[in-house]
Design a protein around this ligand. Structure first.
Ligand code: ADP
Ligand code: G6P
Length: 500
């Protein structure tokens, strides 16, 4: 580890969500999404503090606080809850975070609602998070803020504690200037990012989009870029570093769990229940960025054009409910229900249902068993920061491996292009062809491709990612550029300067 400073992770979500059970007692459920999956093992290994929102609007000083504190021994790190009122959840979370920044940064500008009240709620809640960090940190800690919900945290922390070491990582894509320009608060948002010491992005493309936006919309910042995904921005007296740090998974944990006897038993059970058919697997939060309708349409095309697939394969689609108060998410849910109904209505036969659609979160063991048995992992994101599902699928291929069909618009494509079958999810006919190709691919080719991907995912896992980020952020014993050169990611460097 580059440092034994205490790590304080700050993210909108804690790794657990508070819920009431049937007897009206508070219980903790695991949070959903890639950020939580990726960072939970980091804090378990390293210890430290996680500052975040427990997932629902609650009163301060309730019974729930004891429940939240209770799991410390099991987790190995402390949780500091930031309590939000219902109005704050509406304006900050559903509003600015998920109806402005999320759609804008994912190329969905038409889904944005640039309501100024959302912006003020965002700043207020960022201030609340900053206050929680100020109250729980010392100058020896490293404060690592995660994701688009909390861009302004550093600026607001520095108002009170100028000398804090602060890093930021953006888990979602960063948009090109022509798109970013639409944001009425583009100047303040960029300036807020420059309050960190190090700003991390998933891919070179995101880094370059950010640099292009700084160049276009902020004056007086001198930028120098080095090969290998590093840049330095001179902001007055300070130097801010920016880099590309593709996030990984806890490869060992997924791989070992996939290979153990209990998973094998579970896999056999599930396979028998699914009629022993070959499985194409999709695993996503319910989100319009995941290309779920496109995926179903491509599968429908494949069934229509290649009748030999009927009664032989099934699509198992797991969907975790997400952001249910945002209208676009509700509409997507209805669209999926309709598409699944249409495909199943048209093609089902006695003993064979083409789409198995599960709208809920699954226990890790079941998820891993499904990954292991799936012949094809199918990721069709329209835009995606990284997509950890693609990496989890590969990590769980412990028998004769399957094939990964991966959208070229997922950040993971920049690392996995040598092994995955890349698709443009808008091209449903081509995706249908590639699905057939994946199902028919000879074992020797599947093995070669999967080994290539597993090597990258195992080497550049979540611990590599943390170490790389912290070495640069803390620069202990080394200058930041030198520290970065020690950890050059396996990434496609052909990304154009800006994503236009
Ligand atoms: P995002 O962060 O946008 O949700 P990712 O693919 O990066 O997308 O991460 C999704 C995470 O959620 C993965 O770690 C995956 O294992 C988990 N996940 C997705 N669907 C389910 C499900 N139905 N049950 C359990 N976990 C799920
Ligand atoms: C993505 C975002 C995370 C977010 C997660 C789940 O992974 O990058 O910041 O936590 O989705 O979304 P939610 O709105 O439920 O936190």
């Amino acid at each position: 580890m580059p440092s034994n400073r205490r790590l304080i992770v700050v993210s909108n979500r804690l790794p657990v969500v508070l819920r009431k059970d049937d007897d009206d007692h508070w219980i903790l459920k695991p949070g959903s999404g890639g950020l939580v999956t990726a960072l939970a093992p980091v804090l378990s290994h390293r210890g430290g503090l996680w500052v975040g929102w427990p997932g629902i609007a609650v009163e301060p000083d309730g019974e729930w606080e004891k429940v939240l504190a209770g799991g410390f021994r099991q987790r190995g790190y402390d949780l500091v809850p930031v309590v939000l009122s219902e109005d704050e959840v509406d304006g900050f979370y559903y509003g600015f975070s998920n109806s402005v920044l999320w759609p804008l940064f994912h190329d969905e500008a038409n889904a944005c609602n640039f309501d100024p009240d959302f912006w003020y709620a965002y700043l207020e809640v960022n201030r609340k998070f900053a206050a929680a960090v100020v109250a729980h940190s010392t100058r020896d800690d490293f404060i690592w803020v995660q994701d688009y919900q909390l861009i302004h945290a550093a600026e607001l922390i520095r108002e009170q504690q100028e000398d804090r070491r602060l890093g930021f990582f953006l888990h979602i894509p960063f948009p090109p200037p022509d798109l970013f320009q639409r944001l009425p608060w583009r100047g303040p948002v960029l300036a807020a990012l420059l309050a960190y010491d190090l700003v991390g992005f998933q891919t070179l493309r995101d880094l370059r989009n950010f640099l292009a936006c700084v160049h276009r919309f902020l004056g007086g910042v001198e930028v120098s870029e080095e090969p290998g995904g590093v840049a330095h921005l001179r902001v007055g007296e300070r130097t801010v570093h920016a880099g590309a740090f593709p996030i990984g998974i806890d490869y060992r944990e997924f791989h070992d769990m996939a290979a153990d006897d209990e998973t094998e038993r579970r896999m056999r059970e599930l396979s028998a229940r699914l009629g022993g058919h070959e499985v194409i697997l999709g695993v996503d939060r319910l989100d319009y960025t995941k290309g779920l309708p496109e995926r179903l349409l491509a599968y429908e095309h494949a069934l229509r054009r290649f009748p030999e697939l009927r009664e032989k394969v099934i699509l198992v689609q797991l969907v975790v409910p997400s952001r249910e108060n945002v209208p676009e998410y509700q509409e997507l849910k209805s669209e999926l229900d309709e598409l699944v109904g249409r495909i199943n209505g048209k093609y089902s036969t006695a003993g064979w249902v083409p789409v198995h659609y599960l709208y809920r979160s699954l226990p890790r063991r079941d998820l891993v068993a499904l990954y292991r048995m799936a012949r094809v992992g199918l990721v069709t994101s329209i835009k995606d920061g990284m997509n950890l599902v693609a990496k989890e699928y590969c990590a769980c291929q412990v028998d004769e491996p399957g094939a990964l069909v991966l959208s070229e618009f997922a950040g993971a494509a920049s690392q996995l292009s040598d092994g995955a079958l890349l698709i443009n999810p808008h091209d449903v006919e081509h995706t249908a062809d590639v699905l057939k190709q994946a199902l028919e691919m000879p074992l020797v080719e599947r093995r070669r491709r999967m080994e290539t991907m597993q090597k990258v995912i195992a080497e550049q896992d979540i611990f590599w990612w943390v170490e790389r980020f912290l070495s640069v952020a803390l620069g202990e014993g080394k200058e930041a550029p030198e520290a970065l050169r020690d950890f050059v990611p396996r990434m496609d460097t052909s990304a154009s300067w800006v994503d236009v």
